[in-house]
Structure formats: C-alpha cells, structure tokens
Design a protein around this ligand. Sequence first.
Ligand code: ADP
Length: 500
Amino acid sequence: MYIVQIASECAPVIKAGGLGDVVYGLSRELEIQGHCVELILPKYDCMRYDHIWGLHEAYADLKVPWYGSVIYCTVHCGWVHGRLCFFIEPHSSENYFHRGVYYGAPDDPMRFAFFSKAALEFLQQSNKCPDVLHCHDWQTGLIPVMLYEMYQYHGLEFQRVCYTIHNFKHQGQTGYNVLEAIGLNRPDYYFHPDRLQDPFNPFALNLMKGGIVYSNYVTTVSPHHAWEARHTEIGCGLGHTLHMHQHKFSGVLNGIDYGFWDPEGDCYIPFPYSHDDFKSKARNKKALRKQLGLQDEEDKPIIAFIGRLDQQKGVHLVHHAIYYSLHHRAQFVLLGSATEAAINAQFWHEKNFLSGNPDCHLEISFNEELAHLIYAAADMVLVPSNYEPCGLTQIIGLKYGTVPVVRGVGGLVNTVFDRDYDADKKPEERNGYVFYQSDLPAMESAIARGVGLWYDYPKEFRKLAMQGMEYDYSWRNPATEYVEIYEGIRHQSEPAEPAE
Ligand code: ADP
C-alpha cells in the first residue's frame, strides 16, 4: 500500500510531545512491513534541521488557493532518519510557520487550515496517488472534509482517510473565516450539528469534529481511552459524535520505536545495557548523578518525571511528589517544559527553592538527550496524569527497566499492571504501580510501595523492573492493526460521507 501521513509533528525533527514519536515510529514500522510511506509536514523555522538529510527543493511553485487568491509555496524534500518527508513552506506575509514555536499562536487554526489545504494541493498537483491518507489531530481535521467536499472532484477520488486523535482536549475551535479561506462557501451547511458545528458553541467550527465525521476510519491511541472518550467527559464534548460514528471508531495502542528507544543500542546513554546485563543500568545512574550534581555517597532510588508541565499531566501531583520523595529517602529528577506562564513560573520557583538540595534536580527545558539518560538512570518514572490518551513515558520506562508509577487512566490502564493488586495478571506479568484517585494520599501510597520495595526487597524490585522490560510495546502489533484498518477502508467505494 501507498500511505501518506499528514501531521504537524514528526520526531525527532519536529517534536512537541508524543504525536511526533507516533508519526515517526508508525511510519518506520509500516515501511518495515513492506508499505510505501511518505510524510507531509509544515516547514517550521524552529525545527531540528540537523535531523534532516539531503534537504532539497522538490516542487518550486505550489499554488495554494486562499481567500479567493493564491499563496505560493515551495515544497522541500528530505529524509528524517530514513523516512521520506515533504516540508511545505508558504511564501506570504503571514509567515505561518516562521513563528519560533510549533503551536501557541493566536491564528493556529488558520495556520493549520492552510497546511491542510496545501497538503491536498501538493498531492493533487504532483499527481501523487496514495491509497490512504493518515491524518493526525485537529491540525489536519479539515483534510477529510476538503477531500469529500472538494478534492474528490479534482483528481483525488481514490484516497481514503484514517484519522487519529491523540488528544481530545485540543479540538481546533475556530470561526467562519476558515471556511472562507479554504473555499468552502456554504456556512449553513458546515455549521450543522452533524458536520462541523462545535458541540458547545453553535457559532464555532470544530476541526476535530470534521475529522471524525468525514474520515473513513477514526482511531484514538489506546483502547481504554476510546472507551473514556465515548462514555465520559474525557471526550470533551465529542462523545456524542463518536457515538454516532462508533462503527468506524476504535482505540489502537501506540507503540514506541525500539530503534530509538532501546537501552542496548541507545547512543545517548554512556553505558548500554539489556535485560541480560541489567546491572549496567546502575552505571547510568552514577553518570546522571554526576551530570546533574546529585549526591552519590548514599544510594537512594531515583524517581523521575519527564513530560509537559501541563494540567493534563497532573502538575499538582508532580509538585507534591517532589517533596514527598525527598522526605521519604528518594531522589527526584524532573525534566519538563511548560507553555502556560503560571505553571512555568511555579516550577522555576521550585527550582530556585530547591537549588542547593543534593537529592533533587529540576530541569525546565526540552532536552531529548537528557531524557534518554534519565530513563536509563532512574529507578521509577512517575506518570500521575489527570488524563492520558496513551502515554509514552511509561512505555519507554518499561523498556529501560524503570518501574512506572502511574495513575490508572487512559492508555496507562492498558500498559501498566500493579505489582500488588492487579488480579487479572499473574505476578510474573505485573510491571509497576497504579493508583486511581487524583488526591495526594493515593499517589503517596503508590510511591511508598515502590520506595519500600526498593529498600526492603531489592531483588524483588529488580525482578519487577526486568518483568517490565519483557513487554513488547514496539510498533509491530499496532502497525499490523493499522494495516488492517487501511485495508478495510481502501476498498470503500468513496470518501466517507457525513451522516445526515
Ligand atoms: P504527550 O504527547 O501528551 O506530551 P506522551 O507521554 O505521549 O505525552 O509523550 C511524551 C514524549 O515527549 C515522550 O517521548 C517524552 O520522553 C517526551 N518529552 C516530554 N517532555 C520532554 C522534555 N522536556 N524533554 C525531552 N523529552 C520530553
């Protein structure tokens, strides 16, 4: 099959979070399984150009109709660790992708509506004929809408769309002017509860809802999150739409790319190790302590948090976990970055307050290399999320023999099985600690169980960590599931029609 992934991120060249990892890892595995995969991405000024090989101009004058006029784009082509990527660069005064950030501009819906339109124009004008377009999150939600309503009559009649939702929180709510810009001219038709009308604001368009309604198949990133999105407030208003389209909706658990996340071949860690050579993990712990200036005289468990500092990630619990760990004979390492100013200020305040503490380091930045070393060095990785569509940190932690301590929500339920309480798993299949309530005592008790085992039964702790390493959360199985979905939709006779 010929598959084109269209997304706003692809790791490691454009990565703000798990979306980038998924787009890269899934593409790589699909190629390993014999499919042809290409990616279409925005050409941001701030992406990691050092991860692109052979970047060159592939298409000089892509004309993208916009507000009844035209914006010219250059399409650049290059390889990101073996994946063939096309980067779209518009030439207009709006400078859509020259903002120094990937997201967070007030005109984000317009920026990504433009990207979506440009991606379809590129496919059409370059005569590409993929079987499947795989689109991701609200940024590309307009692609199936435009494909059905417009581009199927202009040369793209054979393409079918799989649409994956990575985070229901961000849905791309916007106004009428987006329709005007992309050339869909019947606002009454689109501002309809069965199409793109926002569930909460009748005067807003919802781009993610458009993606759900118009795609041939819709997934989210874990089976438990698929259930939550339909049946609880986690769907952020889209539960009803998912319910109406349940015949084409399911959860496919994300994998991680074991070519990139593998303690045996990880070029960012000084002492590679494996399940059979687990004791070398301790040498990375020493290396991390040295790098961060943590005390190494008395051996203590290191508890780590790696992730966006955002309400989603349970920042109030992260904050408490730092002090709880320090008061209970553990060290704490945090690597995170915040887009919200108040959260950023709060963690900078903590960082300054704890700066002389020999058992604690807070690194407030995005640092891929350091993340690898922390996964390798820590004993436990904490994921206390309020909600978590899939979560990659616990999956990476498992691969690195770093015991996850997680809140039982979303994909964390599908991947972490409590050592003491998971009745559905045999003791030798359990791999971490799970708590369910979002209050402080619930998390404290899970951390206490982990720290207690580390001190009192170190062999048992090691066994638990090594049991986690045995899980296969590579892309092999999820990619096979996606191929089945693609096979199912490519034989559908036309693009998905919105329900009346
Ligand atoms: P989300 O997509 O919600 O941000 P995930 O758990 O799905 O969360 O994916 C997070 C990914 O981003 C992981 O690969 C994690 O290691 C990485 N990551 C998050 N924050 C940082 C950071 N500050 N520095 C380096 N890597 C980070």
